[in-house]
Design a protein. Sequence first.
Length: 259
Amino acid sequence: MKSIPPSLLVAIMAAVTLGVPLSLYALLTRGRRRIIHEIKSEASRRGWAFHSRRWLGDPTAFRIDGWTRSGLPWVLKTGGANAEDKGWTVRLGLHFPSLAGEMDLAMFPHKLGSRESSLLAPRISSDTLARMAEFSATAASAGGFFRDAQETPSGLPSFDAAYQILSLTQRIPQVPIDAGLAERILKWPSDAVAPQEILAWRDSFGLHLHAHLPATPNWGTITHFVGIAQDFCARLPVPVMTDASKSFWDRLLGRILES
């Protein structure tokens, strides 16, 4: 029996070394790849633009550029996060850039400590806000918001026990999230990946909604999330625009928020 040529032996070893892990990876990610394919197909069917974000190191990360029923443009992105201890590993972010303005609304889970922040904010003086504005108009707007904002419960006890809604009532006279919308935020369809929590706020870069998910979102997750965001937008008045130019720190913050 002739000996195996060294070149053939190297080729066999390379095939085994690379083939086994690649085959296992393809097998283990088959379900997630099927989900991404469905999302891409359904987004295309609606005329939305789907983009892969594989440069993040996650083959299931993606971006969708779409619009609401009224034609309001939005950008949806997924990104990973090291928050397994908090019960979520994927951030689903929805951004409405055309709704940018001075900060007048925020929704946070109570466990994030928003109550404590709202209690400390009244101590911020006008002089302090003016100094903050020299570095960041966005930070000054946020400081003024938390100083003046009031809590506006939805009227749904289970939602109000989990979340706090803060708004500037002189700009947003009606409750931005009523009991019906609050129930949809809490109760997701059985075919969707329900989030651990949702955050929302408006600032000089737009209206932002973030859902923290325990797994890769499927199409049911996206449609429910976009539907919530559409009805949320419909209840908001036109934003108050700011004349202040964005500083370097503002632009840096904007890149972080939109990543």
